[in-house]
Ligand binder design. Structure first.
Ligand code: SF4
Length: 281
C-alpha cells in the first residue's frame, strides 16, 4: 500500500452522525482501498461520536464506518453508503482514540460501539479494532444490519460482547423493496448468534406504511423471542433528520412525505414485542 496522505478536513470527532460528510477519502486510490479492506490495517470512518442508551450499554464511544450494501429507503445517513466518503484512518490511530477514553468508559460502565454504514463491509478492520478494544479492557458492541455476518468466524465473534442487530421488516418481498437485499442472510446470522449464546439488542425502525404493519411486527417479534438471546428491543421511530443528505447527494428520496410514527404507534409496537416475551423500549 502506498502512503496515505494525511486527512485535511473536518475533525475526526463529530457532534453527531447527522453531519454530512462526503469524499473525505477521495485521495485514496482504488488499490489502496482494496489493500486496506483485505489487511484491516486501515479503515474508513465517517466520524467518532459519543453516545448512550441506543448505542449500547453505558456511555459509548461510537465509530461510524462508511460503506453499506443495503439501500434502505429510510436511511438517515446515505453519505455513509460510499466507503471513500469516510476518512482513512490507521488501526493504530483508531486504537489511540479508544485508549484516550478507556478509563472514562470503564468508570461509566460503557464501551466502544462500531456502527455505520455497515461495519462488516470492513470486516478485517472491524475485527482488529474490536480485538484492540478488548485488549484495552473495553466492552465492545457491533451495530450491524447482519447481512455480512457470515464474514466473521466464530473466533472473531468472541471479541464482540454485544451485537446490535437491525431487522428491518419481515416479509421477504417487502424486505427487498425496503432495503434492496434479501432478508435470508440477516436471519441466518441471528440464528448463529443465538446458537453461540451471543447477546443481541434488536433494533427495529418503525416506518409508517412499511414496518408499522402489525403482521410485520409480530413476525419479527416472534422470531426474536424464539432466539432466546435478545436482551432488549429498541423501537426507533422513523424521522426526517437525514432528508437534507438525500437532497445534497442528489439521490431520489422516496420517503419525503412519510411522517413520523405517533407515540401510540411506537407504544403499540413495543407492546407487540413484549407479548413475545421481550423487553422493548
Ligand atoms: S443498513 Fe443502515 S446505513 Fe445501510 S442503508 Fe440501511 S439504514 Fe442506511
Amino acid at each position: 500500500m502506498s502512503e496515505i496522505p494525511v486527512l485535511q478536513g473536518p475533525p475526526i470527532e463529530a457532534k453527531s452522525p447527522f453531519e454530512l460528510r462526503v469524499n473525505l477519502g477521495r485521495h485514496v486510490s482504488e488499490s489502496d482501498v482494496r489493500s486496506a479492506l483485505s489487511s484491516g490495517n486501515m479503515g474508513f470512518l465517517h466520524s467518532f461520536t459519543t453516545g448512550a442508551a441506543v448505542d449500547g450499554p453505558g456511555v459509548r464511544v461510537v465509530a461510524w464506518t462508511t460503506g453499506c450494501q443495503m439501500r434502505c429507503l429510510y436511511c438517515h445517513n446515505p453519505d455513509t453508503w460510499t466507503m471513500t466518503n469516510g476518512f482513512p484512518i490507521t488501526l493504530e490511530s483508531a486504537t489511540e482514540q479508544l485508549r484516550k477514553y478507556r478509563h472514562g468508559l470503564k468508570v461509566m460502565s460503557g464501551g466502544f460501539t462500531l456502527s455505520g454504514g455497515e461495519p462488516l463491509m470492513q470486516n478485517r478492520f472491524a475485527v482488529k479494532l474490536f480485538a484492540a478494544a478488548k485488549s484495552l479492557g473495553i466492552h465492545t458492541a457491533l451495530d450491524t444490519n447482519g447481512y455480512l455476518g457470515g464474514r466473521l468466524t466464530d473466533a472473531e465473534l468472541d471479541v464482540i460482547d454485544l451485537v446490535m442487530l437491525d431487522i428491518k421488516i419481515w416479509t421477504p418481498d417487502r424486505h427487498r423493496a425496503l432495503t434492496g437485499v434479501d432478508i435470508g442472510p440477516v436471519l441466518e446470522f441471528a440464528r448463529r448468534l443465538a446458537a453461540r449464546k451471543k447477546a443481541i439488542w434488536l433494533r427495529y425502525v418503525l416506518v409508517p406504511g412499511w414496518s408499522d404493519d402489525p403482521v410485520e411486527i409480530d413476525a419479527v417479534a416472534h422470531f426474536a423471542g424464539a432466539l432466546g438471546v435478545v436482551e432488549r428491543v429498541d423501537i426507533l421511530p422513523f424521522h426526517q433528520l437525514g432528508r437534507f443528505k438525500w437532497d445534497e447527494l442528489g439521490i431520489e428520496y422516496r420517503l419525503r412525505d412519510t411522517g413520523e410514527p405517533s407515540i401510540s404507534a411506537v407504544e403499540q409496537a413495543c407492546a407487540r414485542f413484549r407479548t413475545a416475551g421481550l423487553t422493548a423500549y
